[in-house]
Ligand binder design. Sequence first.
Ligand code: ZN
Length: 137
Amino acid sequence: MDDQRKRREKFRYLPEARNGRFILTDRARQPEEPVSMPAPEPEPEEPAGICPCPCCGYLTFPVPREDAIANICPVCFWENDVFDPGEDDPSDENGGMTLRQGRENFRKYGAVRPDLVRHARPPLPGEIPQESGKTGA
Ligand SMILES: [Zn+2]
């Protein structure tokens, strides 16, 4: 019995070993297409965003912040946290920074982190909130 099982195992093993060599083609590798699409640029006459960034207050969010998943504000570089941790709770999206810290850094350096300042850009005219239409406080 034992002997028979060993023989069968051996017999099964051998063909597998021989067929183990497959010639793998490069088919799985997809040719990388050159990125020809330029980054979408907002129309100059239209505001780039309609909703204020929770950090810098400029209208850089195209959708309300609840829907702006992983939206990074181009002005202050705050990454939107849809879980809304609040003013003084660390935001995972921003490396544990709180919104208050981000705001202070933006005022101090021009971005939520000093090393991000060079990536940040000034707000477009359409992103500056209009004070005139404000009602009450
Ligand atoms: Zn911002």
